[in-house]
Ligand binder design. Structure first.
Ligand code: SF4
Length: 344
C-alpha cells in the first residue's frame, strides 16, 4: 500500500478518504494542496479536520518531497537540478528555455538498465525506479523556483516505459485539471523501443506524445549504439508503432543522435527516410554530446545538415536539435556524467 499521498491519483485518494470515513469532497483539498499548492506536510492542508490529518499521519501517510542539492546554469539559459530522494538516491532534471517557453526534462529512474552506449546515465547502471510522487515532484520543485513550465518531456534519467505504472500515473497527475493541468499534448514520453510498453500505451485512455530513440535505420547500426536493439529488432519495433499509430492516430517523433561514422551517412539518411515514411511522424536530429569514457564523436555540423536535407527531400519533417546545456552536462545523454566521472 502506497503511503506517499503525492503518489496517489484522485480515485486512490477517494479510497483513502473512504477508509477514514470521510466524505469524497475532502479529496478536493488533498489533491489541490498537494498537486497545485505544492505543500510538503499534511499539517499545511488546513481545510481538513485536525482529527483526519492526525489519523492519516498515524496510518503512515505523508507527502514526499525531493531535496534540491545543487543547481547549474548554462549561458544558453538551460538549468540543471540535482535532487536527492528520502533514501539518499540522486537524480537530475533539466529546464530548457525557448522563446520564454520552458520545457522540463524529467527522470523516471535512478540510473537506467538500458545501457545505451551514447548515454552517461546508461553507463551508471540501474539503482531503482522513481515513485510517481518523485517523478511529479521534479516538476513541482523546479516550477516553485522558476515559474510555470509549458512542456514536460520524459527524457531524463531512466527508461520511462521500464517504470510503466509510475510513469503513466505521473502523466495523469500532471495533466489533471485540479493539479498542474498540463495539456496532454504538451507531455512527451520517450522510449528506446520497449515494445511491450508501447503496446500498453496504445491501449491507454490518456495519450501523451510518444518519442522513439531510434538512432539507426537498421539493426546493425542500432546494435552498435543501443543494447536493447539486440532484444528488439527494428521489425518488431516498427510493427508495435504501426499498431500504436493505427489505434491512436497520434504522430510519432523519432529521435536520432548523430554520431560520426556510425549513423550519419547519406545512405543511412535514405534508409531512415524509407523506414519512417509510412508513419505520420517527424525526426529530431540531435547533436551527440561527449562524456568521459565514451569514444563516440559527434557528426559534423555539415554532415548533420546534409543528413537533414536528404530526409526533407523525402518529405520527412526534420528538426536539428543543437547542443543545449552542454557546459553543465545537462544536454541529451549527459545526465549522470558528473557521477560517472567520479566513479571511473
Ligand atoms: S538513453 Fe534513456 S534509455 Fe538509454 S541508457 Fe540513457 S536514460 Fe536509459
Amino acid at each position: 500500500m502506497i503511503k506517499d499521498l503525492k503518489s496517489l491519483t484522485w480515485n486512490e485518494l477517494e479510497q483513502v478518504a473512504a477508509q477514514h470515513s470521510q466524505k469524497p469532497f475532502v479529496v478536493q483539498y488533498l489533491f489541490t494542496f498537494i498537486h497545485q499548492k505544492n505543500v510538503a506536510a499534511l499539517e499545511q492542508i488546513t481545510p481538513l479536520s485536525k482529527t483526519f490529518r492526525a489519523a492519516l499521519t498515524e496510518a503512515g501517510y505523508h507527502i514526499s518531497t525531493l531535496k534540491l542539492i545543487e543547481t547549474f546554469d548554462d549561458p544558453d539559459g538551460t538549468m540543471k537540478f540535482v535532487f536527492e530522494t528520502a533514501d539518499g538516491n540522486r537524480l537530475e532534471s533539466v529546464r530548457l528555455l525557448d522563446d520564454q517557453r520552458a520545457t522540463l526534462c524529467i527522470s523516471t529512474q535512478v540510473g537506467c538498465r538500458m545501457g545505451c552506449l551514447f548515454c552517461a546515465t546508461g553507463q551508471l547502471g540501474y539503482q531503482r525506479d522513481l515513485t510517481c510522487g518523485e517523478i511529479v515532484d521534479q516538476v513541482y520543485q523546479i516550477q516553485l523556483r522558476t515559474g510555470k513550465a509549458q512542456n514536460i518531456v520524459y527524457m531524463g534519467m531512466g527508461e520511462p516505459l521500464d517504470n510503466y505504472e509510475a510513469t503513466m500515473k505521473s502523466v495523469e497527475l500532471l495533466n489533471h485539471p485540479e493539479g498542474q493541468n498540463i495539456g496532454i499534448r504538451h507531455i512527451t514520453v520517450s522510449t528506446c523501443g520497449l515494445t511491450e510498453g508501447i503496446a500498453r500505451l496504445t491501449e491507454e485512455a490518456l495519450q501523451p506524445r510518444l518519442a522513439i530513440s531510434l538512432h539507426g535505420p537498421d539493426d546493425q547500426t542500432r546494435q552498435s549504439i543501443l543494447k536493447i536493439s539486440k532484444k528488439v529488432p527494428i521489425r518488431s519495433l516498427m510493427s508495435a508503432l504501426r499498431k500504436y499509430q493505427d489505434h491512436t492516430g497520434r504522430r510519432i517523433t523519432f529521435e536520432y543522435c548523430m554520431i560520426q561514422n556510425y549513423n550519419d551517412s547519406p545512405q543511412q539518411a535514405r534508409q531512415l527516410a524509407r523506414l519512417v515514411k509510412p508513419f505520420k511522424c517527424n525526426v529530431n536530429l540531435i547533436e551527440f554530446n561527449a562524456f568521459d569514457g565514451c569514444d563516440f564523436v559527434a557528426a559534423s555540423p555539415a554532415g548533420i545538415r546534409q543528413f537533414a536535407a536528404v530526409l526533407e527531400r523525402e518529405g520527412i519533417e526534420t528538426v536539428i536539435r543543437y547542443k543545449r546545456g552542454r557546459s553543465i552536462r545537462a544536454a541529451c545523454g549527459q545526465l549522470g556524467a558528473d557521477w560517472l566521472k567520479r566513479t571511473t
